[in-house]
Design a protein. Sequence first.
Length: 235
Amino acid sequence: MGDRREELAAALAEVERRIEDACRAAGRSRSEITLIAVTKTYPASDVRLLAELGVSHAGENRDQEAAAKAAECAGLGLTWHFIGQLQTNKARSVVSYADVVHSVDRPRLVDALSREAVRAGREVDCLIQVALDAVPGGAGRGGAAPHEVPSLAGLVAKAEGLRLRGVMAIAPLGEDPAAAFARLRAVAERVREEHPAADVISAGMSGDIPQAVANGATHLRVGTALLGRRKPFVR
Ligand SMILES: *Cc1c(COP(=O)(O)O)cnc(C)c1O
């Protein structure tokens, strides 16, 4: 266990260095950026170690795994981010532990999250996931087409139990992430014109931190660079 702590401490220091470099290059302050440790496929013991090392945000993309880990890690004071594609029938479970849902991408999901948040007596922060692919939904990773985002944002803003906080995206494969994140920033600015409090831009993963920071990201979702390469996903 001692080894794992040292491994995670070294990786965290390296990620922090990369974030600071990106901030310096972009003329931004490190304090504008929230680092989310994406802990999917890694055990709760790693989440605990990261929390002890000062990480205060954890991200997960599958409900079952996230629910178990959030329960095991209760009491660590972590903010939990649900970042995966979300089926409406998982809304009740996700709302029970997630503080922020990054993957709101359709009206039916807004309805389900709102209903369950009200039932649970919770206020859940929501980000609209924007599909940046040339063919929206083409990569199967979810997300609303950019032109759908303003109306979806309006639905979240009006929904009981939900708070519209901003937008999220994953850089499409095969394109310069900087160009994709520039489009995300334009979508984010449009949302913020109508909803000034929706100032979150969740962009940037292990491979594209500088491009995300240069294009206004406020939240980085970093898995591999912190925890190591994940085993191939087997269903
Ligand atoms: C897994 C995942 C990440 C983290 O990706 P890395 O490349 O491992 O840093 C970020 N965002 C989402 C939505 C993910 O599913």
